[in-house]
Design a protein. Structure first.
Length: 69
């Protein structure tokens, strides 16, 4: 996995696109060469800021995201 400290804007956009297409967090992480927990944290962080992520992963499901295959 990549050891980058931050996600690039293009990676954030790719996460949004892949979520809209129904991709799992695990698949998105593999595609971006990031850990699944990195993707999960990004989605959770953005869900608080924006409806575009929240509609895909409601707040009450964040505890279950690590088991998404």
């Amino acid at each position: 996995m990549a050891k980058n400290k931050h996600l690039a804007d293009t990676e954030r956009l790719q996460i949004e696109i892949m979520l809209k297409q129904g991709s799992s967090l695990k698949r998105i992480a593999a595609h971006l060469d990031k850990s699944t927990s990195t993707i999960s944290r990004e989605v959770k962080k953005r869900a608080k800021e924006s409806e575009k992520f929240a509609k895909h992963y409601p707040h009450n499901r964040f505890d279950q995201l690590s088991v998404v295959a």
